[in-house]
Design a binder for this molecule. Structure first.
Ligand SMILES: Cc1cc2nc3c(=O)[nH]c(=O)nc-3n(C[C@H](O)[C@H](O)[C@H](O)COP(=O)(O)O)c2cc1C
Length: 172
């Protein structure tokens, strides 16, 4: 049994969870951390953690969950995917937050891309993104009013295949 546990302010991390679930033949339980169900997690063999990046750091709610629930995670196969525009830098976001005691037990990790849904953003978020984009241009100008997605579809498929293999192995 696989559970994908995620946080998602604007929907991209949730969207990736749904795509992974599709690659896994709709066999996963999708769980938003805001609706955490520990009884389901206790029963699950494989936990996939979906963690977005904001302001140069992993979402603190999920970081807190992972740190407080190391005991539970160690008993499972657990994997992490990062949702971020600068997704190739996922390891630097991860190593900034987690030490070896957590990382040595992670089965697989990946950076899968991110998205900006402009109509959903607050003025403050738009300002932060404008500064970020000025310093390190990543969002083309024509996307500044609408939707920009830079999901790495190939990585999403590879990550899903790894999860499938891990869970098949766990169930043997
Ligand atoms: C206010 C704000 C700050 C962000 N900061 C970063 C960042 O520092 N690095 C990065 O790679 N992506 C950054 N992003 C992009 C997010 O990681 C991307 O929008 C991701 O899809 C967010 O996940 P969500 O849609 O599930 O909320 C930021 C996005 C917002 C709105």
């Amino acid at each position: 049994m696989i559970t994908i546990l995620y946080t998602s302010k604007h929907g991209a991390t949730a969207k990736i969870a749904r795509v992974i679930n599709t690659y896994l033949d709709h066999t996963c339980t999708l769980m938003n951390l805001d609706e955490l169900d520990m009884a389901v997690l206790e029963k699950t063999d494989t936990i996939v953690l979906g963690v977005p990046v904001y302001y140069g750091a992993l979402d603190p709610k999920m970081v807190d969950f992972i740190k407080k629930n190391q005991g539970l995670l160690i008993k499972k196969h657990y994997s992490i995917y990062i949702t971020a525009l600068f997704h190739t830098e996922f390891m630097s976001y991860i190593t900034k937050e987690f030490d070896y005691s957590i990382l040595k037990n992670v089965t697989t990790m990946a950076g899968l891309g991110g998205a900006i849904y402009y109509p959903d953003l607050s003025i403050q978020e738009k300002m932060v993104l404008a500064v970020m984009n000025k310093n390190r241009p990543i969002i083309p100008k024509e996307h500044h009013v609408n939707i920009f997605e830079n999901f790495d579809n190939h990585e999403i498929e590879l990550f899903s295949q790894k999860i499938k293999r891990i869970d098949n192995y766990a169930c043997k």
